[in-house]
Design a protein around this ligand. Sequence first.
Ligand SMILES: NC(=O)C1=CN([C@@H]2O[C@H](COP(=O)(O)OP(=O)(O)OC[C@H]3O[C@@H](n4cnc5c(N)ncnc54)[C@H](O)[C@@H]3O)[C@@H](O)[C@H]2O)C=CC1
Ligand SMILES: O=C(O)CCC(=O)C(=O)O
Length: 429
Amino acid sequence: MSDQVYQDAITRVRRIGESAGVNNEVIEALMHPMRTMVASLPVRMDDGSTQYFTAYRCRYNNALGPTKGGIRYHPDVNLQEVQALALWMTIKCAVVGLPYGGGKGGITVDPKKLSRMELERLSRSYVRQMADVISPDRDIPAPDVYTNERIMGWMMDEYEYITRKKAPGVITGKPLSLGGSVGRDDATGRGAYLCILELEKKHNWKPEEITVAVQGFGNGGYHAARLLHDRGYKIVAISDSRGGIFSSNGFDVPSIYKEKQATKQVKAVYCTHSVCEQVEHTAISNEELLELDVDILIPAALDGVIGGHNVDDIKAKYIVEVANGPVLSDVDDTLHNKGIHVIPDVLANAGGVTVSYFEWVQNRSGYAWDLATVHERLEKIMSESFNRIWDLAHSEGRSMRNAAYTHAMRKIGEAIEAHGTQDYFSMRD
Ligand SMILES: NC(=O)C1=CN([C@@H]2O[C@H](COP(=O)(O)OP(=O)(O)OC[C@H]3O[C@@H](n4cnc5c(N)ncnc54)[C@H](O)[C@@H]3O)[C@@H](O)[C@H]2O)C=CC1
Ligand SMILES: O=C(O)CCC(=O)C(=O)O
């Protein structure tokens, strides 16, 4: 993640906003993060020493509702990254029509180096510092890179301890036993999968003829690969932080997942019952994966992986952004001119926040939905959002990203206007 990521994110907003004739008041509002909290978290380590970790929570814009967005644990987390991620959440929630603004948080930490107890103390410490920022009506965190439902459970528990009341709606992506929603686990990958199904309908292609490369085999990447594989798509490349594997024959995704669970590595295997055997493949780097000649490239790890340094070598026909911000804004036009279609992050990975919204609604009403209801409602929102953006892109001659941002800025603009004051930040919490 480059320190320029936030600059890159607001440059894109300004460029698209101006090209779409969005009111300058709205563009300006989106140039300014509403409120960002930076904190030092003291954490007692298992050896008795105390270490300090830098933590962030940015509430970017709340014109459309309480701010919403995940918390990332990664050594590269920094202020610029958190602000960029919070801006993308603002756009994303507007694209899929959720009653939320955008926020995001993070801790600069390598969680793989912490014990379970250290991780729990770190997570509780984050909530102690942010307890005045987050709340079910103001700012609602969720998981992101290297955070998961267990961490969300600790965080909710700490918040309830501090506030002395039950507050499941303060955080989403929780364990089911603490008020989590069925269907949140695979919602990000499923949302991307549903976007690809919409493309399938438009192009009438046969899944078994479509090759797919997936960078990142975590919550987003794995579930997208799994669902596509189940439908017959050929998953020819997969990677994680240590590198990747390629086979033109395609991989059996469940086998690779099983092996990853057991060994923590992406390995080219085929498993029958309890026996996993290696299959023919080529080891590739993460950089090589991005440059494969495939039909669909799914970057599902970190941001800024496609930019001026490699855009000339990108050969995929479609890029479906499961990661946030994998494409830098200065190559948007190059990709468009090369005829590479990008389904942008603010649409393609919105399934996660959409089911988080469902979780929050269930928590507030005290009534849990079944999986069929979650899937049906997610499918409706993803399909309608995809087609709304597709139609706008085609009627106004825009790329899908340009159309998604244009739609979002118009919605945010309507809300700012309806709030009835230009100085609307000072009116809000
Ligand atoms: N979890 C969620 O609900 C959502 C996640 N996203 C985005 O999806 C992306 C991935 O997030 P998750 O899957 O949740 O994270 P995760 O922590 O579950 O998995 C991350 C994956 O990326 C891999 N990875 C890390 N560094 C890498 C590198 N340098 N090159 C290649 N792979 C690398 C890891 O090995 C792991 O497989 C992020 O950009 C995140 O912001 C977007 C929307 C929602
Ligand atoms: O589920 C959520 O609330 C937010 C997920 C997230 O951080 C994202 O969409 O990037």
